[in-house]
Design a protein around this ligand. Sequence first.
Ligand code: CP
Ligand code: NVA
Length: 310
Amino acid sequence: MKKSPHRSFLTLIEKTPRELRSIMDLAGRIESDPEAFRTPLAWKTVGLLFEKSSTRTRLSFEAGIRQLGGGSLFLGGDIQLARGETIEDTARVMSAYLDMLVIRTFGHERIEAFSQAAAIPVVNGLTDGHHPCQALSDFYYMEKVFGTLSGLRMTYVGDGNNMARSLAEGAALLGVKLILASPQDYQLPESEVAALNRIAHETGGSVRTLSDPREAARGAQVLYTDVWTSMGQEAESAIREKAFRGYCIDRSLLALADPEAIVMHCLPAYRGKEITAEVIDGPRSRVFEQAAARLPLQKAIMMFCLGREL
Ligand code: CP
Ligand code: NVA
């Protein structure tokens, strides 16, 4: 397990269950009394370097930084990095001006290189490999709904992508029983799943991969999905639409789940593809409450990274 330098937040698996627990507990305290947390980021400046589109991640970080008393600088595609300046030079320079950096980028190795070269904490706002802020926020939200994560039966239907990987890492660390239902060619590598199960063995969780979404959905307390074509994979979208047909959370799949099951989606959603309009806009859907949970959780991650857990 590769540990990131400083107090960065690049993946869930680099953290201990106790660290994840303390971030979620802090998020709970922030959510119940946000005004008690007006100054933890006072005089701190956080850069948001986004090489891909974002609505929820960008806004929840920007609003969160402001509410915690700090300042944020959004850095899109017009910095010298886009013209060939190296990641290492960029990270060293940014470390002189900023206190923390949130990055959304393509290959996960790019954020690792940033984190290695930076003298400040780096937070992963999504890479091709991982989406840890979203996944931890999702577990935080599920715990609020069900009271405990221990033994929770969760089924993810769709691509074995960044979202699936971060959910699988979180499930292993937090004791959740996760089934990932993906077409054969789009599953998380078996070796990764085996390594996660060695951790899950200690926590009471488990990670299983299946290719039949119906078998996976039976009895699930949480049904979760994500897009079939992630950012950066647009050229593959026709092939993917074919491969993922049948991996859609629709009324018949939901009927197999626990009668009290909730439906989650990290968003943005494509109705009629990975989820039907009837389900995402229906009574079992919690997608907007799920999105709202990102604000307190993101605040807690930033306070953790800056060593400001109160
Ligand atoms: N779920 C999520 O990360 O959404 P954005 O891409 O809008 O940030
Ligand atoms: N898997 C999706 C998640 C979007 C929040 C993507 O990477 O585009």
